[in-house]
Write a protein that binds this ligand. Structure first.
Ligand SMILES: Nc1nc2c(ncn2[C@@H]2O[C@H](COP(=O)(O)OP(=O)(O)OP(=O)(O)O)[C@@H](O)[C@H]2O)c(=O)[nH]1
Ligand SMILES: [Mg+2]
Ligand SMILES: [Zn+2]
Length: 345
């Protein structure tokens, strides 16, 4: 599959093709439902979606037991963290019959440029970074914009602090300072040495948190260290490239025995924000807030225009250069969608 740049219209057409393909798949699903519903279905009960596998989801009922369920085609897609109504069939599989309203959801475009939910009903987004694979500022900022816009509270976590040394320490000290100055919490931890995890555990108690970040930064290892009784797959780094292997392939929810849920999600390389408007990106940079609306020109692009309040804030040190550059880079990328062409059906 060649990678090519598509404009919004081309991406929309690809999305339409995907939609039609999805509709055909839904028809197949309908047949399955008819068969299922031909048998005896138990009473309707509430449940929580634990994870998603293609045409099925794993749902946990009030008794704490988890069952694989088919979904009614008209539900419009379910994601980890969804609250649902479901009925158990006589073959130990169930059918999800309704999706309850989402309190909030984390969305992002997939590699075909279609906007998809990643997880629902989340309180915290834990953005994990590490010295290896290298933490890309722009990816952190993209997550932060998504969190701010979805009203999910972000918290940053530098994992693998056992790998800090004379060469990289200064870089991370300044990165952490930058974000703490804006008001973001930055927790430092080493899942390997079980260092710093108590602070994270206390913070995440009784809440629903989704762990996000590049592949290989240690999301799964942190979660498995916090929840030693769970069987969670942790990957290795490819020695040469130091890039992650994409060990986690589907978002899965785990419970703290004392209350609170952690959602492990698959690592990503890029986080497209092309579905957002420029003003949303601006609002997603929360330290810009005091300066929005004060530019001389109403359609200011905050580049070389005279009387730009954002550039003035940058000059005065209220906005960091790293964040300003990230903002410009994200805005520049809005017109283009970096997507893979879908495989022929
Ligand atoms: N040195 C060190 N290695 C760690 C630490 N945490 C995780 N690792 C290692 O980093 C590698 C990747 O860890 P994972 O937990 O699978 O990473 P992930 O973020 O879940 O990756 P994906 O599932 O691919 O998104 C594994 O080899 C871990 O053992 C840490 O604190 N220090
Ligand atoms: Mg993982
Ligand atoms: Zn401006």
């Amino acid at each position: 599959m060649a990678k090519r740049k598509l404009n919004k219209r081309q991406a929309w057409r690809i999305s339409k093709i995907q939609q039609e393909r999805g509709d055909r798949a839904n028809k197949k699903e309908d047949q399955i439902h008819h068969e299922l519903e031909g048998g005896d279905l138990g009473p309707e009960q509430n449940g929580q979606v634990i994870s998603h596998f293609g045409t099925q989801v794993l749902v946990e009922g009030g008794d704490g037991l988890q069952k694989r369920c088919y979904m009614r085609a008209n539900l419009g897609g379910l994601v980890t963290g969804d609250q649902v109504a479901w009925r158990l069939g006589n073959n130990e599989q169930g059918v999800v019959v309704a999706k309850h309203d989402r309190r909030c959801e984390l969305q992002r475009p997939n590699m075909y440029g279609e906007l998809k939910s990643v997880a629902a009903n989340i309180d915290y987004m834990v953005i994990v970074v590490a010295p290896e694979p290298h933490a890309h500022r722009n990816l952190i900022d993209r997550y932060l914009v998504a969190a701010e816009i979805s009203q999910i509270e972000p918290v940053l976590c530098l994992n693998k602090i056992d790998l800090l040394n004379d060469d990289n320490q200064a870089h991370f000290t300044s990165l952490i300072e930058d974000y703490e100055k804006i008001g973001y919490r930055f927790i430092q931890a080493s899942a390997k040495n079980e260092n710093g995890l108590d602070e994270l555990k206390t913070f995440l108690k009784d809440r629903i948190s989704v762990f996000v970040g590049q592949s290989g930064v240690g999301k799964s290892r942190i979660i498995s260290t916090l929840l030693p009784d769970e069987d969670i797959r942790v990957g290795g780094l490819r020695e040469q490239s130091k890039t992650g292997r994409h060990t986690t392939t589907t978002a899965t929810l785990f419970h703290f025995p004392s209350g609170g849920d952690l959602i492990d999600s698959p690592g990503i390389r890029e986080f497209g924000l092309w579905h957002m408007e420029e003003h949303e990106i601006l609002e997603g940079f929360k330290e810009f807030e005091d300066f929005i609306g004060y530019c001389k020109f109403r359609d200011c692009k905050h580049q070389a225009e005279p009387g730009c309040a954002i550039k003035k804030a940058l000059e005065d040190g209220h906005i960091s250069e790293g964040r300003f550059n990230s903002f410009q880079q994200i805005v520049d990328s809005l017109g283009e969608v970096n997507v893979r062409s879908p495989e022929k059906s």
